[in-house]
Design a protein around this ligand. Structure first.
Ligand code: AHR
Length: 330
């Protein structure tokens, strides 16, 4: 519940957030209803963008959970740009929202704006992605996956797949957004696991920005420059799905000629896995909304909240995908 009076500056801030949100809008419906005195908690949320199926599911989870919890959500879409997120957070501070949450596009460069939120007495919760700030008092909690573990699961599968075989394995990697926590950590975890076998070689590694179209174009260049690709490791389903199009266009069979590992387990990825076009998917759950709203309520009430809330996740083989698909939520 915002207990403060509205100044001209605050109203300007609301307008800026609404404009920035583009199609985003707020669950409150007007993109500018913060500052109400109706006893509701106001949450300012800055989302990365709409780069993937995962992100769309994550936005839906947050919007639906806020509505269910009776929280007034001020939603801002950063369209993949850190500067837009910083502007949105500053606007939330001007609006005097009760709590700020955001999913940082990249890990670095947040200290100044987080300090401003802290100075304004507004608790901040990181969702989905971490920041590299050394001062942990700048935010109250971080809810999301362990991306290093996700990379390790991908590496473990590959090591097992080639167990007992003594042959070179040429791997190409489609990285997520450069400088983002999932791209850095999924690469790290994977590398750790394959390091013990000199047969594994990452022959190409490039960003596809977590987007399907970029996954396709980067895979096209990989296929042109590197004839003997055995394995593709894509940091998310969308890039893997784009790459599948490139592989098929090159006359190769995805999942057979080139083994494919991806991360997320959204419906489109799971469908490709069940069809044999992907070999293994590491799950990353986007359904963070309900837990986030619990944290928001507690933070607003001044209660202690855990510094780290870890998401529970699994992995899927082709057979497991067939079983899971009919009830898959996203
Ligand atoms: O931060 C989570 C990652 O961001 C998802 O794995 C990816 O699909 C999304 O864009």
């Amino acid at each position: 519940m915002v207990r403060r009076n509205w100044s001209a500056a605050a109203l300007a801030g609301v307008l800026a957030v609404s404009t920035l949100a583009g199609c985003g809008g707020s669950d409150g419906g007007d993109g500018g209803s913060g500052g109400n005195d109706d006893g509701k908690i106001t949450l300012g949320f800055s989302q990365v963008g709409a780069e993937s199926g995962w992100r769309t599911a994550n936005t839906k989870s947050i919007q639906e959970s806020a509505a269910k919890a009776g929280i007034d959500l001020q939603f801002s879409d950063a369209q993949g740009k850190q500067e837009n997120q910083i502007t949105a957070i500053r606007n939330f501070i001007t609006q005097k929202v009760d709590v700020i949450a955001f999913s940082p596009v990249v890990t670095s460069g947040w200290d100044a704006v987080l300090q401003e939120a802290k100075d304004a007495g507004i608790p901040v919760i990181l969702t989905d992605r971490a920041v590299d700030s050394q001062d942990k008092s700048l935010y109250k909690s971080f809810i999301g996956s362990d991306f290093i573990v996700e990379g390790q699961k991908a590496g473990d599968w590959l090591v097992k797949e080639y167990e007992g075989k003594n042959e070179p394995v040429n791997i190409v990697e489609l990285q997520g957004t450069t400088g983002s926590a999932p791209a850095l950590d999924r690469q790290k975890g994977f590398q750790e696991k394959i390091a013990g076998n000199p047969n594994f070689k990452i022959v190409k590694s490039q960003t596809g920005d977590f987007k399907r179209a970029d996954g396709k174009t980067v895979m096209e260049t990989f296929l042109q420059s590197t004839p003997d690709i055995d394995v593709l490791y894509a940091h998310n389903d969308d890039m893997g799905l784009g790459a599948i199009e490139a592989i098929e266009a090159a006359g190769k069979k995805p999942g057979t000629d080139i083994k494919i590992i991806t991360v997320d387990a959204v419906k489109d990825g799971m469908t490709a896995l069940s069809q044999g076009k992907i070999n293994f998917i590491v799950e990353c759950s986007p359904l963070l909304g309900p837990q986030l709203m619990d944290l928001v309520k507690k933070a607003d009430a001044g209660e202690e909240i855990p510094a780290r809330v870890l998401t529970e996740e699994t992995t899927f083989t082709q057979e497991q995908a067939k079983e899971a698909l009919p009830t898959r939520q996203y």
